[in-house]
Design a binder for this molecule. Structure first.
Ligand SMILES: [Zn+2]
Length: 104
């Protein structure tokens, strides 16, 4: 299931991220990186399950009636760069992910 297309964007080059199912592992990759390689855009490739786990925990911590199928009711935009993921929620809260650090 592709839950994030349309709201996941590259903070390095501004393009959207594309969904890909890699033998059961669902990932998102920047369009520029996918078409022109890592030298054209250094944004990281992210596993969907990693994002879903963070978003679910963030929403449940706030007593929201969250489910993955309703993700777009809760999340405005997911920005991905080479070393950070920033998830903006409709209620104004933010999740930040940096190497070795997740701020719910
Ligand atoms: Zn990019």
């Amino acid at each position: 299931m592709n839950y994030c297309t349309g709201i996941i964007k590259c903070q390095e080059c501004g393009k959207n991220f594309n969904y890909k199912n890699n033998n059961g592992t669902e990932i998102y990759v920047c369009q520029t990186r996918k078409n022109r390689g890592v030298n054209a855009c250094k944004s990281q490739i992210v596993k969907q399950q990693f994002l879903l786990d963070i978003i679910e925990k963030h929403c449940l911590d706030r007593q929201k009636n969250y489910s993955n199928s309703r993700l777009k009711l809760f999340v405005t935009t997911i920005y991905v760069s080479s070393n950070q993921i920033k998830i903006l929620y409709k209620d104004g809260t933010i999740s930040m992910v940096r190497p070795n650090e997740i701020i719910f």
